[in-house]
Design a protein around this ligand. Structure first.
Ligand SMILES: [Zn+2]
Length: 481
């Protein structure tokens, strides 16, 4: 999977029944039916008669939909799969239902477990149509090689911070600061980013990622942002992700999280806020101002929306349709397991409608835009997230004869609302097939799952060591029955 794409090979998907094509004039996707799609090497080309005549490979497009690959703007593949079966029903009732402070750091993970987790998560992402992933991870041995081997287009986003959260009682969050260590971690992260950009696969890039707004000091933030600007790379931090964090930033600075990011000068078109839920208008805060969304729109920054991990705790972003209507760019990410992008998109739609109490808050076109062009914009790219001549040939095909897609009236709606990832057949990145007949090709998934299970067992056995009250996993996360 690491061999370079054949730069001269031309492939034509002949008479595709449906194509989700890009309309540059409106910057939206449009349906086309019964048309050819062509790519040469790593890029789409205009599917004219000359290309059709010179094609090295012709794929029968009847009963297929060709869609742009999804751009996953926020994920933690090296870790989150480890939590399957454990954290779906946790949340601290005395900390506004967040799971960050009592649960996130219960799970010790070694490098081998992180690689196994990544292999499982990246396979799952690919099989649900993702072609670009932003991987927010703690740097670990084997990371870049795993990303490259996956076949995905990947942004390595090594997280660093100068403080850690802890609680002694489950109702107060404290911060243990080590400013020099944060600086050292940033330098290490920048080295990883530079190695990713220089990676011979040509599919890796980097993102500068101070881990959380409340765990990084101002100088670290400013220097991290400068490092991103020097490199022309995107910048992302977790912010506005809990009520506790909002109140902590207000306590420290007299600013909302977004207000503080503006004040220290780190908002811009390549800045992404993950998860951007607790802006000043959010009614869990009871806050009187309505400035945060406007500040972000004016700065050109984006939000990484990852609904699943929050709706498990009764928390929703208020609301996706409102953000989009205000002109705020939103990409969609998979913060948690499952790494099933189509399900994440479905959750984004339903969460918005419930929160807005409005069936028209978000439709499939809006969600598709966020999942592709929204993510691309957050990364500063005009060559991904679209099926268009000149763009990267990152796309997937959907089997329209799959029972979950029938009867067929509107294939994108059927994919999002009914079928999920099941009819996704082949996925291509840089014009190379990375999923065939629904199976990611890079890794031995059974073997990776075996290693992941071993890592999870070890991690679960140590949970009590990391809990403030030394409770074992069986007490903190008891079995369903
Ligand atoms: Zn996250």
């Amino acid at each position: 999977m690491t061999t370079p794409a054949d730069v001269t090979k031309t492939t034509v998907i002949k008479a595709a029944s449906w194509v989700v094509a890009y309309d540059e004039a409106t910057d939206r996707h449009v349906y086309r039916t019964d048309c050819d799609v062509a790519f040469r090497g790593d890029r789409f080309v205009l599917a004219d008669a000359a290309i059709a005549a010179s094609a090295d490979e012709v794929i029968d497009g009847r009963n297929l939909m060709v869609m742009p690959g999804f751009v996953d703007i926020h994920s933690h593949p090296s870790f989150e799969t480890m939590l399957k079966g454990l954290t779906e029903e946790v949340g601290s009732a005395k900390l506004y239902m967040s799971s960050l402070y009592e649960y996130l750091f219960l799970f010790e993970t070694e490098a081998a477990g992180m690689v196994a987790s990544s292999q499982v998560a990246l396979s799952e992402l690919l099989q649900s149509g993702v072609t670009t992933v932003c991987d927010l991870s703690v740097p670990h041995e084997g990371w870049l090689d795993t990303l490259a081997a996956s076949g995905l287009r990947a942004y390595a986003a090594p997280m660093f911070r100068a403080a850690r959260w802890y609680t002694r009682n489950g109702h107060e969050v404290l911060y243990e600061w080590d400013i020099p260590l944060g600086r050292k971690r940033m330098d290490e992260a920048l080295a990883v980013v530079d190695a990713a950009v220089a990676h011979p696969s040509g599919r890796l890039s980097g993102m500068i990622c101070p881990a959380q707004i409340d765990t990084c000091d101002e100088a670290l933030f400013r220097d991290a942002f400068a490092a991103a600007q020097d490199r022309g790379l995107p910048f992302q931090t977790h912010a506005s992700q809990s009520v506790v964090e909002f109140q902590e930033m207000m306590r420290r600075h007299g600013r909302t999280p977004v207000g503080w990011l503006k004040e220290i000068g780190v908002l811009g078109p390549l800045t992404t806020i993950g998860h951007g839920i607790f802006f000043d208008h959010n009614d869990w805060l009871g806050w009187p101002t309505r400035d945060d969304v406007r500040i972000l729109v004016e700065s050109g920054a984006s939000v990484a929306h990852c609904p699943t991990v929050f709706i498990r705790r009764g928390i929703t972003l208020q609301h996706l349709g409102g953000y989009l209507k205000a002109g705020l760019n939103v990409g969609i990410g998979t913060d948690t397991f499952p790494h099933n992008y189509v399900e994440e998109v479905r959750n984004a739609i339903y969460a918005a409608r419930i929160t807005a109490r409005d069936a028209h808050a978000v439709n499939a076109s809006d969600a598709l835009h966020a999942a592709t062009l929204g993510g691309a914009k957050a990364l500063g790219r005009t060559d991904i997230g679209r099926v268009a001549p000149g763009a990267k040939a990152d796309f997937f095909t959907v089997d329209l004869t799959h029972p979950a897609m029938r009867p067929l009236y509107d294939p994108v709606r059927s994919l999002f609302y009914t079928a999920g990832e099941r009819p996704i057949r082949d996925v291509y990145v840089d014009g190379r097939k990375v999923v065939e007949s629904g199976r990611a090709l890079a890794f031995d998934l059974d073997d990776a799952l075996n290693r992941l299970e071993e890592a999870q067992r070890l991690s679960v056995s140590k949970v009590g060591q990391y809990d403030w009250a030394n409770r074992p996993a069986s007490e903190l996360m008891p079995l369903t029955l």
